[in-house]
Design a protein around this ligand. Structure first.
Ligand code: C5P
Length: 208
C-alpha cells in the first residue's frame, strides 16, 4: 500500500480583496482519484483548491486557495508520501501586485500585469528522488505530443492526457502515456471509472 498525495480543483489568484482569477475545474476528477485510491487501501492526502465536491471521509483534506499555498503545502506533505497525482488545475498566472483595496472603476481600460506561478508537478517532479509523479495534461491540439513534452518537462513517470470536455463534467476520456510515448491505456466513461483504471496502471507500474 502507498501514501498518495493528490492535488485537486482550481486555485484562485486574488487581484484585490473581492476579485480573482480562476478556472472551471470542479475537483471531480481529483475526488474520483481519492475514492479509487482509498478503495484499493492506499492512504490519501488531498490538497484541494476551493471546490463544491466533497472528498471521502477516509482522506486527509488540506484546503488551499492560491497556487503558492498549494505548492507550499504539497512540498511539506510530499516528504511523507510515496507518490503524487497532480489532478489540480492551478492558476498559471498571478497578478504582479495584489491591490489591498477594491479596484475602483475609472471608465478606462484596466491593464493587468500577470506573471507565471510556480508549477507544482514540475517542482515536486524535480525533487522526487525515489518517489513517483503522475501528471495530467489538458490539450486542445496535438494531444499526445504535447502531453509527452509535459511528461518530460515535469519529470513525470506517467501522464494522463484528457480533453477539454473533461472540465466541469461528470465524464472523462483519457489516454495514459509512459515516458517512451506508449499509450498504455485509453479510457472513456465516468470520472470514477477513469480513476479506477488510472489507479490500476499506477498500482501495477509504480507502486512497489
Ligand atoms: O502545463 P499544464 O497546466 O497543462 O499541466 C498540467 C499538469 O500540471 C497537471 O498535472 C496540473 O495539476 C499540473 N500543474 C501544476 N502546477 C501548475 C500548473 C499545472 O501542478 N501551476
Amino acid at each position: 500500500m502507498a501514501h498518495i498525495l493528490i492535488t485537486s480543483g482550481p486555485t484562485r489568484q486574488y487581484l484585490d480583496p473581492v476579485r480573482y482569477l480562476t478556472n472551471a475545474s470542479s475537483g471531480r476528477m481529483g475526488a474520483a482519484l481519492v475514492e479509487a485510491s482509498l478503495a484499493l487501501g492506499h492512504k490519501v492526502t488531498v490538497v484541494s483548491g476551493p471546490v463544491e465536491v466533497e472528498y471521502p471521509a477516509g482522506a486527509r483534506v488540506v484546503p488551499v486557495v492560491s497556487t503558492e499555498d498549494m505548492l507550499t503545502i504539497c512540498r511539506e506533505e510530499f516528504d511523507s508520501c510515496d507518490g503524487l497525482i497532480g489532478a489540480a488545475a492551478p492558476c498559471d498566472y498571478r497578478p504582479v501586485h495584489v491591490e489591498p483595496n477594491k479596484i475602483a472603476k475609472t471608465g478606462q481600460p484596466l491593464e493587468l500585469h500577470l506573471i507565471e506561478t510556480d508549477d507544482i508537478v514540475a517542482t515536486l517532479g524535480a525533487e522526487k528522488g525515489f518517489r513517483w509523479v503522475v501528471g495530467f495534461a489538458l490539450e486542445t491540439e496535438d494531444h499526445r505530443l504535447r502531453a509527452l513534452a509535459k511528461l518530460e518537462r515535469k519529470h513525470c513517470d506517467l501522464i494522463v492526457s484528457n480533453s477539454v470536455s473533461a472540465m466541469d463534467s461528470l465524464d472523462n476520456e483519457v489516454e495514459i502515456l509512459n515516458p517512451a510515448g506508449t499509450v498504455l491505456k485509453q479510457i472513456a466513461g465516468s470520472k470514477r471509472l477513469v480513476a479506477d483504471e488510472i489507479l490500476a496502471v499506477i498500482t501495477e507500474r509504480l507502486i512497489r
